[in-house]
Design a protein around this ligand. Structure first.
Ligand code: S3P
Length: 164
């Protein structure tokens, strides 16, 4: 099945992609993991060695391939920052779900580990600014918005299924 999950870091895109795909007996892919495999580097290494804009280009190129496949895609939180990627997703015709919650709910989840370069670079307050800057972009791109707070993955799956 074709479905795209967008949302800020820590919104649970990967967990929900896996869950939805499993339910519909479909393939699923996590964009970060796909890029790491292609580049043979971690996201932290890509940011440090090649830079953020090179990473955005990698996301675009990976998505240009993936939107042609029958797969549930968990995107990275920054795909909405790149105009060509936004356009690609918009034009794909694939249903786009925005997983949304309060900033603090995202922060609680992302501050638990250090595998995201922007969390380390920006810290709590800088990341909050980025969250507010991106929010309208997620809303504009999404066909549906699903709030994740106080919900189990199963509840979110039911909600997504109801929208399809
Ligand atoms: C990023 C989000 C990350 C990853 C990278 C940059 C962002 O993905 O692509 O660290 O700019 O929001 P997740 O949203 O899966 O954490």
């Amino acid at each position: 099945m074709q479905l795209i999950l967008i949302g800020f870091m820590g919104s649970g895109k990967t967990t929900i992609a896996r869950k939805v795909a499993h339910h519909f007996k479909s393939e699923w892919i996590d964009l970060d993991k796909y890029i790491m495999r292609e580049q043979q580097m971690t996201i932290n290494e890509i940011f440090a060695i090649k830079g953020q804009s090179a990473f955005r280009q990698m996301e675009f190129e990976a998505l240009a391939k993936l939107v042609q496949e029958d797969v549930v895609i968990a995107t990275g939180g920054g795909v909405v920052d790149d105009a060509q990627t936004r356009y690609l997703l918009e034009q794909s015709g694939i249903p786009i779900f925005y997983l949304n919650g309060s900033y603090e709910a995202h922060w609680r989840r992302v501050s638990r580990n250090d595998r995201r370069p922007l969390v380390n670079q920006l810290g709590h307050d800088g990341l909050r600014e980025l969250y507010h800057e991106r929010r309208p972009k997620y809303y504009r791109l999404a066909d549906y918005t699903i709030f994740f707070q106080h919900k189990t993955p199963n509840m979110m799956l039911t909600e997504i299924e109801g929208q399809l």
